[in-house]
Ligand binder design. Structure first.
Ligand code: BTN
Length: 330
């Protein structure tokens, strides 16, 4: 905790020096404890200049997913008030599932690496260390499960907005909920619900977000290289994962409040970002059939309205059908 607080104090004064004495007074600890915390931070990879009679100045920090790197940028009411960070974990969704009964509503967990990252439809989600963000939030809305089915669409909008705030990039949404930049998938969402068997009541929702942040093209396995991209590839430079994580959490918090109170204008915001509409698409049905269609609109329940070649209209709801572009992923 002392290290985190010292880091926060140094960040408050990025251009100037903060004296060891001022920090020891403010925190009610000895000068030796301040100096020990600074040494600890240096060992963690922070570059901290020390000048006699002036104090300490933070020059640079490692791109780490630690509370110290994330919390200075977080300003939330609910989602993310409790934040846990892990260097490595099997899966942030699994962790919340295991621990749900001991954890508060709105808890967010972030990992630097996942050894058993999971994607939709039982797929694996590649989660290498030091390049991505793997984040899950535990939510306990007092709602019937059917009302929660649109949450992932809201989460998709929040992620786009968090990315935009942190990086200036403007991601789009490939229906239903893949986040894309330059026609490549940079983020996936896996939302899981727990429902009590007896009553059918919603116990909790875990929404898991995996973002490719600083991967280079060659870092992706060959089988997904065509469709996967990263924020750094789109930005042409590395992206700070701490700041980005914080902006994602801020956006999730704002979104969740709006979602609970009826949705605000998130449907409009989703429509503005959805690049599937207006495109010729292929519909991949669960039975393996592939049909061409034209994507026309997003309806009020986030369903995709399509027209078949014979003129027949259909509204596809998430989960039922996968959608691909005519010539590729988007
Ligand atoms: C998909 O695109 O299929 C969804 C991928 C979701 C990955 C995230 S990473 C954080 C959370 N933990 C997991 O094991 N999966 C989700």
């Amino acid at each position: 905790m002392t290290r985190e607080t010292i880091l926060a104090l140094l960040r408050q004064n990025p251009e100037g020096y903060t004296s060891g004495e001022a920090m020891s007074r403010e925190l009610g600890i000895s000068r030796a404890a301040v100096s020990k915390a600074v040494s600890g931070l240096r060992q963690e990879g922070y570059e901290i200049e020390a000048v006699t009679n002036r104090g300490y100045r933070l020059i640079s920090g490692p791109d780490r997913l630690s509370r110290g790197e994330i919390l200075p940028w977080v300003h939330v009411e609910h989602v993310g008030r409790i934040l846990e960070c892990f260097p490595v974990i099997d899966s942030t969704n699994n962790y919340l599932k295991r621990e749900a009964q001991h954890l508060s509503d709105g808890t967010v967990v972030v990992a630097n690496e996942q050894t058993g990252g999971r994607g939709r439809l039982g797929r694996t989600f590649q989660s290498p260390p030091d390049t991505g963000i793997y984040l899950s939030a535990l939510l306990r809305p007092d709602l019937p499960p059917v009302k929660a089915l649109n949450l992932t669409a809201f989460v998709a909008v929040a992620i786009c907005e968090g990315i935009e705030t942190a990086t200036g990039l403007s991601p789009q949404i490939k229906w239903t909920n893949d986040i894309v930049l330059n026609r490549k998938k940079v983020c996936g969402i896996l939302t899981e619900m727990s429902i009590e068997g007896e009553s059918g009541a919603l116990q909790h929702i875990i929404t898991g977000i995996g973002i490719n942040v600083n991967q280079k093209e060659g870092d992706f396995p060959e089988d997904i290289r065509e469709i996967a991209g990263s924020l750094a590839m789109a930005a042409g430079k590395p992206v700070s994962r701490g700041r980005l994580t914080a902006e994602i959490i801020n956006a999730l918090d704002e979104m969740y409040a709006a979602w609970l109170s009826g949705g605000g204008d998130y449907l409009e915001r989703y429509r503005e970002r959805c690049l599937t509409v207006g495109q010729p698409v292929k519909l991949l049905r669960a039975n393996g059939s592939v049909e061409p269609a034209q994507a026309l609109a997003i309806d009020d329940n986030f369903g995709l309205v399509v027209r078949h070649p014979d003129g027949r209209m259909e509204t596809i709801t998430s989960g039922e059908v996968s959608v691909r572009g005519l010539w590729g992923y988007v």
